[in-house]
Structures are given as C-alpha cells and as structure tokens.
Design a protein around this ligand. Structure first.
Ligand code: NAI
Length: 630
C-alpha cells in the first residue's frame, strides 16, 4: 500500500529558526562602511512587502539590488543556517528520511542556500521548491529565475497546483503564504508552526497550532523518536530560578511557565494539577497535600541543596523523582568560609567598624595568620572535603570529624570523636547536614570543650548550634571570633527585621544565609538540575536522585524502554517478566534497583510489542507509575 500523505514544509522560521535573507544581509553589510543605513533600508523593504504595498518580486529585486550578493557570501550563510535548524527538527531527523518521498520544502527563499541545509536531513533535492539565483561570470548575483512561480505573489499556491499531489496534503509553516495553500483548497490542513515565531494573523487561520514538530508528528501518528510531544509536558519553574534553566527546558521543547515568587500550599495544589515537571528553590513547600493533587507530576527539581521543603516520602509514594543540586554551590560556601577565617583571625570586622567611626587603631595585637593553624572541620561531605583541600593549600593543618567513614584528602587527619576535634582546633567550622538529629549538635558542653580563643564558623544550618550557648562563649572569651550565616529562624523576606542574640557581639560576622549565593552557583544550579530532570524524562536515569533508587542508564537505540515504578514488595519483577514472556517479547536489557519504599525496574525490549501488553503491565498490583519511552 502506498503512503498517500504529503507534508509541505516552509523553510524560513520553520525549518530554521531564522529568516535566511536577514542572515545574508547581516553577512553582506558587515563589509559596508554604512551598514546601519543598509540594514534600515532592507528592513523597510521587507515591511513594505509584508504589508502588501509592493509585490514579492519587487521586494526580492529591491533587496538584491541593495545587497548585491555574491556566491562567496553563501558559504558563511549556509554554515550559519545549519547551526540554527529548529530544535524539534533536529530531534526528529529520522522523520525526514523515513518519509523522504512525501516531504516537500516550499519557500520563497533560494535553492542555493536551502538545499545544502535540508538535504542533510534526507530531504530529496527534487522535492525542494524554491527560487534560484542567476550569477554572472564573476559569480555575482544579477537576478533570479522570473519563470519560477515562487518569485511572484501567490507562488506557493501556484507551485502546489503544478505538483498536483494525489493524496492528503498537510502544510507546516509560520507565515500567511503557507496558510494560503490551504485557503486555495490545495491542502487538507494547515499547521501553524510556532516554535520560532507566532504571528497572530496566521494562528487564527490554523487547523492546529503546533509549537514543535513533535506535536505535528504526534497529532498525525508519525512519531519516530519520541513517544509523547514535549510541548505537551508542562513545566512550572517557581522562585526565579536562573534563566539558563528556562532556556534549557525550552530548547528541549517543553511548555515552560515561570513564576518569580513561591506559591502557597493552596495555590500550588491548584496549579500542580496540569504540571509534569516542577522546579522550586527553598521557599516552596511541596507537602503531602500538594502531592495528592499532582496527578501528572513526574519529577521535582530543587534548585538548591536542601530538600527539606519537599515531603520526600510522599513524593516517592506517588512515584515522583526528586533531584537537587548537591555540589553546585559547594565552592561558593568554601570561598566564604576561607575569607571569614582570615577576617576573624585578624579582627578585621571590628577594625573596619572603628574606621567608619573615625577611629584609627593600628596594632598587631590579637592578629594572626591562618597559616600553620589547626582547622577542625565537622562534617566532611562535599563542602567540608573541598574546604579541607583549599585550606591546606593556604598552609593550615586539617583535622576532621564525620560520623561516616570518609576518605581523608591531602594530609588531613581524621579525628576519632567530636570531642578530640573540639579540643585541638584553633578554627572550628561546621559542615554537617541539617537533619533533625543534628539539632544543637554544638551546645554549651561542646563550646566548653573548645580551646580558649577559638574561631568558630557555622555555614551549615541554624538549628545545629545552640545560639544562646554561642553568645555566652563569645562573651566569656572562649570564642574569639565567629561567623554565622544560618539561623534557627530566618526572616521570610528582606522586609522582616533580623532578630538574634548574636547581634552586636564583638568580632562576629553575621550574613543572611548567602554562603552559596553567587552568580556562578546560581548558574551551575540552573544547568545541573534541568540536566538531571531531562535525563530522567528522556532515559529514565535516576543518578543523583534524592528519593529514587539510583540507576544510570544507557541511551536506547532501536528498542522501547518500559519504566515501572512500584511499591517495594516481593515478586514484581517476576510478574513483569511473566507478562513479557507470555507476549513473546525479547528483553534487550533489564535493570532493577530498590530502596526502602519503591522498586524501579527498567526493561528494554525490541521494537515490536503488543499494546495489550502495556495494559497488563499497568495492571500489575502495587504499580505506582508506568511509562514507555520511545
Ligand atoms: P553533605 O551531605 O555532602 O555533607 C554533610 C556531611 O556531614 C556528611 O559527610 C555527613 O556524614 C556528615 N555529618 C552529618 N551529621 C554529622 C554529625 N552529627 N557529626 C559528624 N558528621 C556529620 O553536605 P554538604 O553539601 O557538604 O553541605 C553541608 C551543609 O552546608 C548542609 O547543612 C547544607 O545545608 C549547608 N549549606 C549551606 C549553604 C549556605 O548558603 N550557607 C549552601 C550550601 C550548603
């Protein structure tokens, strides 16, 4: 049976993200001394053409007249166009070769730059319908083929008539001339392509608005690479996460909505209903109640380190994977800790304050180098360990205490107990995690066990230190200087007054929880978290997930991937394999990992499978979520 559907695709702003003529103009005017003037003129002519005040032919003629292109200009043009092919076209490259006989590119642009770009996708040169330049012997453009209908108004319609396609014709494009094909009765449907540009006049005429080629393929059941169009996956990014996250998720084709602030529980319960991917920072509370409403939610990205704001148990129970950015701001915290140690050892804060009051107090009393001093690190995780390396490079002697077995980096010495560390360190810095059991880890007894004149830093979590005891220790001279970035209670907004027993104490640096707040860290987080979420959506990989069993999976080729999340009860893997065997399906690879709550099974199977089988999989008792990739 022959396939009698034809796909007519526009080039400018559809196949590529840009208008090729604009790019050509940019390349040529660069060589001109008064380039701004030329660009302005080109812009005016383009507009006159769009407004219908001059004909298409006149508009091309006038623009060529000003630009005077030569063959050599086409080389950088083609190079640039190849770099700006629309993302969803790149993603679905297979579609073009699979349906090569049925795909036409129709454009009022020129074959000389269209053909090298689209044939790389398997599109046939004979199926490209576009204008053609005429060159002189010096390879300068001296005109274009006037017999080609595409150089005149209504050209696309005329071309389609000549093609006389025998079957259903679907047109995909961003411009009015694309719609005109349908209007003339030569196409069954017009799909307005909005990935690069949205034109109101075109949207209202469309049979379907397709934000990406994925959507077009899905609507027409032509998917070759992805199972569900990404533009149908709604992403909500709250709390002003770094713009790079928005760019990454948009480039992947998701339908992304951003919101500068957090949302309260009720607002989020309402909003989350249609959301598949949620991005938050530390303010948004994802409670069990929120998760109950989250029926489409697949994944949460915490654009920070902590995940206390998410009810992880409830998320896991619901089959929602959670990712965070465990090391994206590690370096920022470490740099601040180093700076603060030096400032405190030199009494800089008080000296600076006096200077502002007009007091010149030049003295070396109570000022020390950090070189050679003993640094005691409590909590030798990501931050503690990196601080160890950098402080050692500054000449400090490193001692650490961690309740887990940790590899000592460089020349660091492990302390057997917290007490040992407290007794020997000149500088003590806290980098434990903020779990409840660490509340008041450092209280009166611990301060009393420290050397007199110790420097103390807390950049971990506020409740880890008994603040009253810290105040006492500063006042009685046990602690000669301290730096605190985190507090048991922290103001909700910048408008709220900061209240603390630590205000006004000598040689005390207080900072508003900004240890990890640098542009670099925000950008790192903005890159890292979307990467993890997209990996999970695209491959099922859960590496670094905070609540799912961690599995790193290979990219799949020529197979389907079945992802089964279930309550961790015995026998589920056997049931899955039983169903596969009953259906005579060949397993290409299988991966299973469990944690206390759930089991995560990935099964790669060869291409053919029965849709009924998928239903059986979903029906296995204790299934939480099931999805098929590719
Ligand atoms: P991590 O989880 O990599 O390391 C924590 C380490 O502390 C682990 O090795 C753990 O075994 C150890 N630990 C936990 N409880 C302990 C205890 N009672 N005694 C001894 N060791 C204990 O965490 P990471 O990334 O190094 O972060 C450390 C802390 O810094 C966290 O509390 C985090 O929330 C905080 N943080 C603060 C920032 C700020 O802006 N001030 C920014 C980033 C992190």
């Amino acid at each position: 049976m022959t396939f009698n559907k034809y796909f007519v695709i526009d080039f400018d702003s559809t196949f590529t993200k840009v208008e090729a003529f604009d790019v050509l103009a940019e390349i040529i005017v660069k060589e001109h001394p008064n380039s701004e003037n030329i660009k302005k003129k080109i812009f005016e002519i383009t507009n006159l053409g769009m407004e219908g005040k001059i004909s298409l032919r006149e508009s091309i003629e006038k623009r060529l007249d000003i630009l005077q292109p030569e063959k050599r200009h086409l080389v950088p043009l083609i190079k640039q166009l190849k770099l700006v092919v629309s993302e969803s076209f790149k993603r679905n490259k297979e579609f073009f070769s699979t349906y090569a006989d049925n795909i036409y590119i129709i454009s009022n642009g020129f074959r000389e730059f269209i053909e090298p770009v689209v044939t790389e996708f398997g599109i046939k040169p004979e199926n490209i319908l576009a204008n053609e330049f005429i060159f002189d012997e010096l390879e300068k453009v001296i005109g274009f083929d006037l017999n080609n209908p595409l150089s005149a108004n209504n050209g696309k319609v005329e071309q389609l008539k000549r093609l006389n396609l025998n079957g259903d014709v679907y047109v995909i494009g961003d411009g009015y001339t694309d719609y005109e094909i349908k209007h003339a009765g030569l196409a069954n449907k017009f799909f307005a392509f909005t990935e690069n540009i949205e034109r109101e006049s075109v949207l209202s005429k469309a049979d379907h608005i397709t934000p990406s080629l994925d959507e077009f393929l899905y609507l027409n059941k032509l998917n070759t690479t992805i199972s569900y169009p990404k533009n149908r996956i709604n992403v909500l990014l709250l709390e002003n996460v770094h713009p790079v996250a928005l760019e990454l998720m948009k480039a992947e084709g998701f339908n992304v909505e951003t919101y500068p602030a957090g949302l309260d529980e009720d607002e989020l319960c309402e909003k989350i209903k249609n959301i598949s991917v949620l991005g938050i920072r530390s303010k948004t509370q994802v409670t069990a109640k929120v998760l109950e409403s989250a029926n489409r939610l697949m994944v949460i990205g915490a654009f920070c380190i902590g995940t206390n704001q998410i009810d992880l148990k409830a998320a896991t129970k619901k089959g929602v994977a959670v990712f965070n950015a465990p090391f994206s701001n590690t370096r920022s915290v470490v740099e601040l800790a180093i700076a603060e140690m030096i400032l405190l050892m030199r009494g800089i804060i008080d000296k600076s304050t006096k200077m502002h009051e007009g007091k010149w107090d030049k003295s070396a009393k109570g000022s020390f180098e950090i070189r050679g001093k003993k640094l005691g690190i409590i909590g030798y995780g990501n931050i503690g360990a990196q601080l160890s390396v950098i402080a050692e490079n500054l000449g400090m002697k490193i001692f650490y205490y961690d309740k887990e077995e940790k590899l000592a980096l460089g020349n660091a010495t492990k302390c057997k107990s917290l007490k040992d560390l407290l007794a020997l360190a000149d500088v003590i810095t806290l980098h434990v995690d903020g779990k409840e059991s660490n509340a008041n880890l450092i209280g009166a007894a611990e301060f009393n066990a420290m050397k007199k004149g110790v420097i103390f830093l807390n950049l971990s979590r506020g409740h880890v230190v008994d603040v009253k005891a810290l105040r006492e220790s500063i006042l009685n001279g046990t602690v000669a200087g301290c730096s605190v970035d985190v507090f048991p209670y922290e103001p909700i907004s910048n408008d709220e007054e900061f209240m603390s027993e630590l205000r006004g104490l000598p040689n005390t640096i207080l900072t508003p929880h900004i240890g990890g707040s640098t542009s670099e860290a925000q950008e790192n987080i903005g890159n890292f978290v979307p990467g993890k979420m997209m990996d999970y959506i695209n491959t099922g990989s859960t590496s670094n997930s905070v609540n799912f069993p961690n599995l790193t999976l290979p990219i799949l080729e020529n197979a389907h991937r079945l992802i089964h999340i279930h309550n961790n009860v015995p026998g589920i893997l056997a049931k899955i394999n039983h169903i596969l065997a009953d259906n005579g399906v060949n397993i290409v690879g299988q991966y299973l990992k469990t944690n206390e709550q759930i089991g995560y099974v990935i099964t790669d199977i060869n291409k053919e499978y029965n849709k009924e089988m998928i239903k059986e999989m979903r029906a296995i008792e204790n299934t939480i979520k099931f999805r098929v990739l590719y």
